[in-house]
Design a binder for this molecule. Structure first.
Ligand code: GDP
Ligand code: MG
Length: 183
């Protein structure tokens, strides 16, 4: 019965980080499992969309997620980073390597994203995922916060599986959406 309103603006958000940190689960969680388009075969990228209302504006968030096959990476990488509006850098709190590798992901982002859109202030968020596995936590909140401060982005610790005891996945994307809406 509700009228579907057309969003005035569409924002592209990319989710970056090692494989297995939970990138797909996070975007799936936020988008409510709704799977709109799958373009894996051609460009190695999945994207999901969610239309949300913030204050008085309807906007659409388009969340891009790498499909993970290394052989696709080289050909699709510049496509992936093109016209990005916001970035989530994701690590797994139980996997120290995924945290250490953030440096690599930030380097790649700087090479492809900042250089192609140098004038844009692109909102970025650091996400520590799998907080439900708190007994196995290897990356302390202090370590992550220090890293986040150094790179001037907010830190959220969450779980795509059970976010009831951590930052809500919804809140992470809504934080980005609010920044984008006011941009
Ligand atoms: P991606 O390779 O970064 O896209 O990672 P996936 O989203 O495919 O998740 C990798 C694995 O981690 C899967 O087995 C997920 O079920 C699991 N996973 C993802 N997020 C969480 C989480 O928050 N908690 C737990 N316990 N497992 C998770
Ligand atoms: Mg994935």
């Amino acid at each position: 019965s509700s009228v579907i309103q057309n969003p005035r603006r569409i924002f592209k958000i990319i989710v970056i980080g090692d494989s297995n940190v939970g990138k797909t689960c996070l975007s799936f969680r936020f988008c409510g499992g709704k799977f709109l388009e799958r373009s894996e075969a051609t460009i190695g990228v999945d994207f999901r969309e969610k239309t949300i209302q913030i204050d008085d504006e309807i906007i659409k968030l388009q969340i891009w997620d790498t499909a993970g096959q290394e052989r696709f990476r080289k050909s699709m990488i510049s496509h992936y980073y093109r016209n990005v509006h916001a970035v989530l850098f994701v690590y797994d709190v139980t996997n120290i390597h995924s945290f250490e590798n953030l440096t690599h992901w930030i380097d790649e982002y700087n090479r492809f994203c900042s250089q192609s859109q140098p004038s844009l202030e692109i909102p970025r968020i650091l996400v520590g995922n799998k907080c439900d596995l708190d007994l196995d936590q290897k990356v302390s909140t202090n370590m992550a916060q220090t890293f986040a401060d150094m790179h001037q982005m907010p830190l959220f610790e969450t779980s795509a599986k059970d976010d009831s005891r951590s930052d809500h996945v919804e809140a992470i994307f809504m934080t980005l959406a609010l920044k984008l809406k006011n941009s």
